[in-house]
Design a protein around this ligand. Structure first.
Ligand SMILES: *Cc1c(COP(=O)(O)O)cnc(C)c1O
Ligand code: SF4
Length: 337
């Protein structure tokens, strides 16, 4: 944690993540009996979590909704029918390294495979980051692809976490991108403003304020406890750059499969200027079956929050299907029961 005299920069926070299961259990006063399973699951998908995120977890509570998102569990090692390594078939839509072109008019670009946190339900647990991490050397083929496809009007920087790279690199990327006239929007999918709010620096804010395309920042929060005072402050700063701020949530058993929690999350986000965009059903990746919420329950929860909240606070309930040309909307929230 920050020393009194020393500034805790985001780079320091990012190089000081908790990655040792034993340390995690000690810091959170958790049963050492969880250690063997945590170590085994972390060998498949390593533990990674910023210290500031741990500070929002209730000590001694193995069911804490933030803890469940980051603690490696033995359940991840169970094979479950229908839960695979590449549930979205992304290998098939990867025309150049670092670029996914699946949806009309939009491409996903990966600047880095790194994330500040390893979310246990992540569908990228098995994604071949290393082969698919272009580095700035590989950008030329990405820009060439975008230039040759005039239908692409939006570039989405996605994960890894694009804000894990430094501001100079972001600036260089957006400068080159804004030289392509048909690209009018730049979207950034990031969990860093939630898990590592130190990342919201004056330099980042200046970049977002001055970027030549319309900018959209989509953060990723799953539970209202994630919106701590420092996160709130960071989101408000982001808002004042004039970007459109949206949130996506993954519906997770034991974490946010309750109408109360989902409503509170929407309210907490809106209080910092963030609109709920998507509520995703879990991608069926191997090792995440214990987070699965059955479709009937998902629909019922969505109908319930639709009755409680104004329409603009109700995220669209969606799932991704391999090969589909867009996300599949599962429920509009209209209550028909
Ligand atoms: C979600 C997603 C997008 C963006 O979809 P929107 O519906 O525009 O939010 C683009 N490409 C991929 C591969 C995606 O998964
Ligand atoms: S931050 Fe996003 S990409 Fe990274 S592990 Fe979490 S869900 Fe996956």
């Amino acid at each position: 944690m920050p020393g009194l005299t020393e500034k805790y920069t985001w780079q320091k926070a990012l190089s000081d993540l908790v990655t040792d299961p034993r340390e995690l259990l000690e810091l959170l006063d958790l049963d050492p009996g969880l250690l063997d399973a945590a170590k085994a699951a972390a060998r498949v998908f390593p533990l990674k979590v910023p210290r500031g995120f741990l500070a929002r977890i209730r000590k001694g509570d193995p069911h804490d909704p933030l803890l469940l998102q980051i603690l490696p569990l033995g359940a991840e090692l169970q094979e479950t029918e229908g839960f695979d390594r590449d549930p979205l078939g992304e290998a098939a839509v990867n025309p150049v390294p670092g670029l996914l072109h699946k949806y009309h008019g939009r491409v996903l670009v990966t600047l880095t495979g790194a994330c500040a946190v390893h979310c246990r339900y992540c569908f990228r647990r098995y994604f071949p980051y290393e082969e698919n991490n272009p580095g700035s050397m590989g950008w030329e083929s990405i820009f060439a692809y975008i230039r040759q496809n005039p239908a692409i009007s939006e570039v989405i920087l996605s994960g890894g976490d694009p804000l894990a790279v430094n501001d100079r690199l972001l600036q260089r990327f957006s400068d080159q991108l804004s030289g392509i006239p048909h690209v009018i929007r730049l979207r950034i999918h990031t969990r860093l403003p939630i898990v590592l709010p130190e990342r919201i620096t004056p330099e980042l804010l200046a970049w977002l304020t001055n970027v030549k395309m319309k900018a959209i920042v989509v953060v990723h929060a799953n539970h209202p406890h994630e919106i701590s005072p420092d996160v709130k402050e960071g989101l408000n700063l982001l808002r004042f750059t004039g970007v459109t701020l949206l949130n996506q949530t993954v519906l997770l058993k034991g974490v946010n499969d309750s109408a109360r929690v989902l409503s509170d999350l929407s309210e907490a986000l809106f209080a910092c200027g963030v609109l709920p965009y998507y509520l995703h059903r879990l991608d069926k990746v191997r090792g995440a079956a214990h987070f699965d919420v059955p479709p009937e329950t998902a629909n019922a929860l969505h109908a319930e929050i639709s009755r409680e909240l104004p329409g603009y606070l109700v995220p669209r309930l969606v799932c991704e299907e391999a090969g589909a040309g867009s996300k599949t909307v599962l429920s509009t929230g209209l209550y028909t029961g």
